[in-house]
Design a protein around this ligand. Sequence first.
Ligand code: AHG
Ligand code: MN
Ligand code: MN
Length: 327
Amino acid sequence: MTTLTSYLDQHSTNTELNDVITTVTNVGKTISQLLRKGALADILGEAGNQNVQGEDQKKLDVLANDLLLDALAKNTHCAGVASEELDNATPANADGSLLVLFDPLDGSSNIDINMAVGTIFSILPYQRQGQTSENSDFLQAGNQQLAAGYLLYGTSTVLALTITENVVMFSLDPDTGDYVLIEDNVQIDADTSEYAINSSNYRYWRAPMQQYIDELIAGEAGVRGRDFNTRWVAAMVGDVHRILCRGGLFTYPFDTKYAHKAGKLRLMYEANPMSLLIERAGGGATDAVNRILDIEPTDIHQRVPVVLGSKNEVDYVKDLHVNYSEK
Ligand code: AHG
Ligand code: MN
Ligand code: MN
């Protein structure tokens, strides 16, 4: 049996990184326990305020954020944190070598209905050790990430992690509190017949995305010549986990539903960590034209269209967009 602790010892000589990953995943155990208690822990419902992005915060959004923030503030290797729920990045320990970005609770609309939610995290190097970290220190492309992962609080709690070229998965044993290795080299098939998109936004998409979904719905009778199947968890963590388990395509595309938003998902603590996991598992991750991991961020909360998953299907979507813009 390989636990997370022994895996980190064996595969990473960066003890500071290992320590920060341990802090984040330990908080995940607490969040997991709270979710198991559900209404009995008084964690359901609205917090009564909005985050910087104008989204209503749930109690658990705030609680998960506070738990991560408190734990990371005490970790001497963490120089600062950026979170979906914090207007600005928060400095931690100036001598730390690492920056941690997270979506403390992904899939907020699932909390109150007892469905899957998660925590997504990304760890970047800190370049100005000894000085207080600022927002600008976090503005590094996803290809700079030292580690990325998520915790999925589903029927069981699973950790997906990448610190080397491999993507690995652990399952939380509720009896011992250990994360136990269950997959040591996750690989995604290049082809798939399953896709995830919130189709209610169809009228807001660009023409090539509309064409793509039209083709999938046409199935065997259309140009693709085979039937496709839809799945939508409404928590990116759940959809990405399904793709790591059995392939598929996930997209939250560019839409014009909200002015000045290039899609819904956030680059730095949703798209980047998920893209690193997906690419390292052999899949693709693009904003429909460019590789997500190469995007130079300008804002810690910036949004980005996301198309990720099985490589050939992601390339197909990308080709539709590139060919459309060249017409
Ligand atoms: P969050 O709960 O952190 O705001 O993220 C929710 C995101 C993502 O996880 C999911 O794929 C998407 O929002 C669901 O959006 P719709 O409600 O538009 O389906
Ligand atoms: Mn999210
Ligand atoms: Mn969230």
